[in-house]
Design a protein around this ligand. Structure first.
Ligand code: GDP
Length: 301
């Protein structure tokens, strides 16, 4: 993780230490910190929240350099742990001996297929009985790509090879198979053509409805895969998915390719969703469950 966040850390930490190192934190330093956070793509709303907390603390007591960084870390951790001020279960794992359905959405190119492959691998390693539904039926290449990841991770892929197949039908069949086989984790791949927003929303809403209807007492999660290198633009795209897929969390990918890792804070603040996994590389092992502690330490250590 530390390596993945290297670019962000290098641009953030030295400057932050230089600002803070000048002595007890003063108003000028706070403004410089504000600029640094905006540069790292923390976003206006999240930056405001951080700076407000810092100002409030400073009215109560002076903050010498080491305490200033420690306090900043605690603010960041708290924000990441409590989207919209509410805490959520920090351990995020599929329930054993039960069906868990994870709907995986995102714009084409965000890293959706790669993430599904990595999740399948993680599930195999943790001895979950896993299955993938290839419901991006619009692109034949997408189904093939998911199958390649299925082979790599040793997880079977359910697809429907017919032309113009309805994604909801693939999902319907896949849930049926999952139920009869005692699958514990069903990963559902979906389309991500943003060029046609209305169709995409309709399709996703339909897939989501089928899942809700057919899932019985399965535990449903809906994860948005977001490309961290897109920064605030990625966040604007996210809004399309919020409602249609009824998102419950985010997977942030490509953190290794950006100096704007601060986007994690913007995601939590602006979408009100927890980050569940982060991707920091193209390999099958390059996905980790998200931990606010690890993230903040990797960012500001
Ligand atoms: P999809 O269209 O959303 O399914 O995206 P893909 O899974 O095909 O990924 C698009 C590109 O991003 C591929 O070249 C992946 O190797 C790359 N990619 C995905 N996740 C990561 C990541 O965490 N880090 C890096 N550096 N590249 C990634």
């Amino acid at each position: 993780l530390r390596q993945g966040l290297d670019k962000t850390r290098r641009s953030l930490v030295n400057q932050l230490k230089a600002i803070v190192g000048q002595g007890p934190l003063n108003q000028d330093a706070v403004e410089e910190i504000e600029a640094l956070l905006l540069q790292a793509d923390v976003g206006v709303a999240a930056t405001d929240r951080i700076i407000d907390s810092l100002q409030k603390k400073l009215r109560e007591e002076a903050l010498p350099p080491d305490q200033a960084i420690a306090y900043l870390k605690s603010i960041l951790r708290d924000m990441l742990d409590r989207p919209l001020g509410q805490s959520y279960n920090p351990t995020f794992a599929p329930e054993k001996d039960a069906l868990n359905i994870w709907l995986i959405t995102g714009v084409n190119g965000a890293g959706k297929t790669t993430t599904i492959g990595k999740l399948a691998h993680l599930a195999q390693k943790s001895e979950y009985n896993c299955l993938i539904a290839a419901a991006d039926t619009f692109r034949a290449a997408a189904v093939e790509q998911v199958k390649v990841w299925g082979q790599r991770s040793g997880v079977e892929v359910i697809s429907n090879p017919g032309q113009n197949t309805d994604p909801a039908a693939v999902v319907f069949d896949a849930i049926g198979s999952a139920q009869s086989r005692g699958t514990e984790l069903l990963l559902v791949d979906t389309a991500g053509r943003l060029q046609n927003k209305k169709n995409l929303m309709d399709e996703l809403s339909k897939v989501r409805r089928i899942i809700d209807k057919k899932a019985g007492d399965a535990k449903i999660e809906s994860l948005l895969v977001l490309d961290a290198t897109l920064g605030q633009n990625g966040l604007r795209q996210a809004e399309v998915f919020l409602e249609a897929a009824q998102l419950s969390g985010v997977v942030l990918t490509k953190l290794d390719g950006t100096a704007k890792g601060g986007i994690a804070l913007a995601v939590v603040q602006q979408l009100g969703l927890p980050i569940r996994f982060i991707g920091a590389g193209e390999g099958i092992e390059d996905l980790r469950p998200f931990s606010s502690y690890e993230f903040v330490e990797a960012l500001l250590a």
